[in-house]
Write a protein that binds this ligand. Structure first.
Ligand SMILES: [Zn+2]
Length: 459
């Protein structure tokens, strides 16, 4: 009898625990549902403000920056509120009773809060203001060569085509002259970012960013050191080969130990396409026969051919895909990016497409982000978690698709068919070295959070 009572009481404890666990889950879910709905709403308004700041930059106009700042402040007030921090902290004490999805969301609530905690309200406001001002400065900047204003696309085409190293150097230096003007703002941003995250116990902004990968700073640095070590033998081979090839191309007898930056076609040295010349295949010549709209639509066709749906109509209505006319009276961010405006179906891209191979790849890259956004925008993924596995993974996805689109089966089918008639087409495979360079780029993206080199993501 004693035994029966013992087992009965165990059963009661079990049922009591089960009930308590269900109650905890229910209470947390009610909180998360409310949080998610508000979060989505505020994200949409904040993105709209940022979109205006990035797509319509008018010298002397402060309205866009002001509206965007207000939206970002409202967002920061919500995500950084003491109420949300306290609730998420309290709820996480029930961690073992909750579902993994709930725990993940509560941790995200705290992560977001650390980016702008109420306790550092004034610094958060300063940070938002400084961030918007820096974006406007960055993309309102006038690039000049010999005193004449040029666009980033003009600079890129000089670096892609010019044989004269003096002209190349002028173009490269023009692209970098912006750096000195950005420096004070960057230092200010670095200090503000560090100060804000210290409010919730992170020693610095880098540690905060790394924690989003579920890693500690030292683990991240160790992983990057390992990447470098593993890639170094291949890198050295390619680097040596490229030094000799480029010296030949520019008629320089003494091969330099380091590759002069202006010898490369990419302003940031991200792309070593110079290394590969494929006889009978010139993507740029083929694309010159097309227009920018064709390139934009071709990207969509590529994804549809893989089984994805067409892009939403709003993508075509609301995106900013082409260069702004010189006399438009405003400028825009010329760095390509993909936007998930409302964490749902409002996806957009900001580009300045011209029909060349660089933009052809970029279009496919940005659409990679877009299709990834759309893929996880489904009822199984709460708004709080609609951001992909992590930032590096997002970038890897865009890069993988951009590179895939440059490969033989796709380029042949979409563009090269009119140029390649012979069996030499079998030599059309292009970009082994690009895959290697993408690995380097990935590391820069991760490290970029430390160095604050690039203020805009999803590029
Ligand atoms: Zn990207």
């Amino acid at each position: 009898m004693k035994k029966v009572i013992y087992f009965l009481s165990l059963g009661l404890i079990f049922f009591a625990c089960k009930n308590e666990s269900a109650d905890h889950q229910k209470e947390v879910q009610t909180y998360l549902d409310t949080y998610n709905a508000k979060y989505k709403e505020l994200c949409a308004v904040s993105s709209e403000g940022q979109w205006s700041v990035n797509t319509h930059i008018v010298e002397g106009d402060t309205m866009n920056a002001y509206t965007s700042r207000l939206a970002d402040e409202t967002m920061a007030k919500f995500t950084g509120s003491k109420e949300n921090i306290d609730k998420a902290t309290e709820f996480l004490k029930w961690e073992k009773d909750l579902t993994p999805l709930q725990v993940k969301q509560l941790k995200k609530v705290l992560y977001l809060a650390a980016g702008n905690p109420e306790s550092a309200e004034e610094t958060v406001k300063e940070l938002i203001k400084a961030g918007t001002a820096q974006t406007e400065h960055l993309y309102g900047y006038k690039f000049e060569i010999d005193g004449k204003e040029v666009t980033p696309n003009d600079i890129d085409s000089i670096l892609a085509e010019a044989k004269d190293t003096t002209a190349r150097r002028k173009a490269w230096e023009s692209s970098k002259a912006i750096g000195a003007t950005l420096k004070p703002g960057l230092i200010n941003l670095r200090d503000l970012r560090n100060k804000v995250v210290q409010g919730l116990g992170y020693p610095d902004y880098f540690t905060y960013q790394v924690s989003d990968y579920g890693m500690k700073t030292e683990e991240m640095m160790e992983m990057l050191r390992k990447f470098n070590k593993e890639l170094n033998p291949l890198y050295r081979e390619l680097h040596t080969y490229l030094r000799y090839e480029l010296a030949k191309k520019y008629g320089v007898k003494d091969v330099p130990d380091y590759i002069p930056a202006h010898w490369l076609s990419n302003r940031w040295g991200q792309d070593w396409s110079e290394m590969v010349t494929v006889e009978g295949l010139n993507l740029d010549s083929a694309l010159k026969l097309k227009d920018a709209e064709w390139v934009a639509k071709q990207g969509e066709k590529f994804y549809v051919s893989l089984g994805f749906p067409e892009l939403p109509k709003s993508f075509w209505d609301k995106s900013s895909l082409y260069p702004v006319a010189k006399d438009a009276g405003f400028k825009k961010n010329t760095h390509a990016s993909a936007w998930h405006m409302d964490l749902d179906q409002d996806v957009r891209s900001l580009m300045s497409i011209v029909p060349n191979s660089q933009w052809y790849e970029t279009v496919h890259h940005e659409y990679g982000h877009i299709y990834y956004y759309l893929s996880y925008s489904n009822p199984n993924v709460p708004y709080l978690l609609r951001e992909g596995a992590n930032r590096a993974y997002h970038e890897a996805l865009g890069s993988m698709m951009g590179l895939a689109a440059m490969q033989k089966p796709f380029t042949l089918r979409s563009i090269m068919i009119m140029l390649c008639h012979s069996s030499s087409c079998s030599r059309c495979t292009i970009t082994f070295q690009k895959i290697f360079c993408t690995k380097i780029r990935m590391q820069r993206i991760i490290l970029g959070t430390k160095r604050l080199e690039n203020l805009s993501e999803t590029s």
